[in-house]
Design a protein around this ligand. Structure first.
Ligand SMILES: [Zn+2]
Length: 69
């Protein structure tokens, strides 16, 4: 377990996004990160395209905050 400086985390925290790929048709989807997510985990979520209920987590990303011009 790594620890991060709490003040920095608080300031920069934005909900991460989880990217999932259908193991059947390869369609990629993204949704809000859930606590039990990790990369290469197979979930039983349903593919919106082909209805397959096995999606592989291919990435978890933290969205950058929108730049202030
Ligand atoms: Zn699919």
């Amino acid at each position: 377990m790594e620890s991060f400086p709490p003040s920095k985390m608080m300031l920069r925290y934005v909900p991460p996004l989880t990217f999932l790929k259908c193991t059947s048709c390869g369609t990629e989807n993204s949704r809000t990160f859930k606590e039990e997510d990790y990369v290469f985990k197979k979930t039983n979520e349903v593919c919106p395209k082909c209805g397959n209920n096995e999606l592989l987590i291919v990435g978890i990303y933290v969205k950058e905050r929108e730049k202030k011009a």
